[in-house]
Write a protein that binds this ligand. Structure first.
Ligand code: FAD
Ligand code: 2HG
Ligand code: ZN
Length: 471
């Protein structure tokens, strides 16, 4: 270790103490590798400040010493945004000790939390106060509110409640020079110039360290109705989505699509799962309605799906009669990511399209991939209600690093060209990170890239915040 690094660690120690430094190689290991096991890096040190003041001092020191910072929350990101490079020169700033729910304000319908609060704990705090925080995703037991904000996370209830950007009213951020921007405003209206909050949301640790947030709360849903549906095509499911939305309005909270291959993968690789329907269908949907009280939700869902069965928009349906049954269906849906890790090497596409363009996209992309000469299996699933598909392509587990690289280049161009032709986005909810950095350069207009780079320069002229990610 160089003398400069030793001196940096000594000064960091003076700020955060023993509890705030991870220097031991074994203890550092979980911070250095991402959830998918795709990226691995090295660091000078992992620093874990206890609060905003310590974070500000740490960032100020990194600013003065030109030390690059990789901010990390729960390390569940899917784009490599929280993994350091392999130079050993970067520092991971982990927010996990900043885990206090600062305030729940049921009258303003808001809660103020530290950025390191785990999403499930934020949901529990809201529930404890008789309110509801709706962001929900498979990693909610370990991802943090700061990571959700930095990636503008989506998940399974965006259709009804919006993504993280729509759920945040105010932020507290440590800027790259160590100053603290206090934007912790619980306001629904605030037209006082450029919206700095919206710049930090989705900035993936490249503009500052988010240390706190004011989040919107909602009324608790006390009634739910859940069903699993089988259909022949995404077109039929898109049609069903429109009909369900028309009939059920805001009661429709989730409409998730899964291809037969996605379901089969879960049944094979995730324990305690079984097929919901007697006969496999090419596509499946998991649909959920919710309301503050039960005014016939189940009957409403049965009516919509009954009609769809009658006119053969769908071929089968299974209605849940208990929370346990619904949980088993959600276990299947949320098990797809884990099943993919176990089954093969996956080239991920996290795309957004107008919902009306999805059926055409799937048909064209399937045909192109079938013709491209790869031994590839499409694992197509996602949040149909948001027009967000995880159009992943799996190649054999035995594929070499070079195989994956070549397949990625080929498939990205094929899928992302098609998405762009259809006015879609190549990055819907997981962020750009290091995974889609080159793709962003390729598809974003030169003008937009220039404007983003100028914003980056204005906030972080020394380029110490998460270098190598996003831009
Ligand atoms: P990390 O992985 O630690 O970091 C992610 C990015 O945010 C990095 O660029 C990091 O530098 C930055 N960052 C983290 N904290 C801060 C901070 N306080 N200030 C500034 N920058 C910060 N995502 C979805 O959107 N929808 C899903 O449905 C979904 N499902 C998932 C299911 C599974 C099983 C897994 C493993 C992941 C899933 N994800 C999903 C991806 C991931 O969980 C989310 O993107 C989550 O928001 C990341 O939070 P995190 O705390 O783990 O962030
Ligand atoms: C989901 O919707 C997540 O389950 C993860 O966003 C998607 O594994 C994936 O590609
Ligand atoms: Zn998703």
């Amino acid at each position: 270790m160089s003398e400069n690094t030793q001196e940096l660690i000594r000064q960091l120690h003076a700020i955060v103490g023993d509890a705030g430094l991870v220097t031991d190689a074994e203890a550092q290991a979980p911070y250095l590798k991402d959830w998918l096991g795709k990226w691995q890096g090295r660091v000078a040190v992992v620093v874990r400040p206890a609060d905003t003041a310590q974070t500000a001092e740490v960032v100020r020191l990194c600013h003065l010493t030109h030390t690059p910072i990789v901010t990390q929350g729960g390390n569940t990101g899917m784009s490599g945004g929280a993994t350091p490079d392999d130079s050993g020169a970067q520092v991971i700033l982990s927010t996990t000790r900043m885990n206090r729910v600062r305030e729940v304000d049921p009258i303003n319908n808001t809660m103020t939390v530290d950025a390191g609060v785990i999403l499930a704990h934020a949901q529990e705090a809201a529930r404890g106060a008789g309110r509801y925080f709706p962001l929900s995703l498979g990693a909610e037991g370990s991802c943090t509110v700061g990571g959700n904000l930095a990636t503008n996370a989506g998940g399974i209830a965006v259709l009804r409640f919006g993504n993280m950007r729509e759920l945040a009213l105010g932020l507290e951020v440590v800027l790259p020079d160590g100053r603290i921007w206090n934007g912790l405003r619980g306001l629904r209206k605030d037209n006082t110039g450029y919206d700095l909050r919206d710049l930090f949301i989705g900035s993936e640790g490249t503009l500052g360290v988010i240390t706190g947030a004011v989040l919107k709360l909602f009324s608790q849903p006390h009634a739910r109705a859940t069903a699993w549906v089988g259909a022949d095509s995404p077109a039929q499911l898109a049609d069903l989505l429109a009909r369900t939305r028309a009939r059920c309005g805001d009661r429709l909270v989730a409409f998730e699509m899964m291809s037969a291959a996605s379901l089969a993968l879960v049944l094979q690789h995730v324990t305690d799962t079984r097929a919901p329907l007697a006969r496999a269908t090419p596509y499946n949907a998991l649909i959920e309605l919710a309301d503050t009280e039960d005014l016939g939700l189940q009957a409403m869902l049965e009516e919509v799906l009954g009609q769809a069965l009658e006119d053969e928009t769908i071929s089968d349906a299974m209605f849940c009669t208990s929370g346990t049954q619904a949980a088993a269906l959600w276990k299947i849906r949320e098990g797809i990511s884990q099943a993919q890790v176990r089954a093969g090497k996956v080239i991920k596409h996290d795309i957004a399209l107008p919902i009306s363009a999805i059926a055409g996209f799937v048909a064209q992309a399937e045909a192109l991939i079938a013709d491209c000469g790869l031994a590839a299996q499409i694992i197509n699933f996602g949040h149909l209600g948001d027009g967000n598909l995880h159009f992943n392509v799996m190649i054999p587990l035995s594929s070499t690093y070079e195989d994956v690289k070549q397949a990625t280049l080929l498939l990205n161009r094929l899928v992302h060209d098609l998405v762009t032709d259809l006015q879609g986005s190549i990055s819907a909810e997981h962020g750009v990170g290091q995974l889609r950095r080159d793709e962003l350069q390729h598809y974003k207009s030169p003008l937009e890239m220039e404007l983003m780079l100028r914003i980056k320069q204005a906030f972080d002229p020394n380029l110490i915040m998460n270098p190598g990610k996003l831009l």
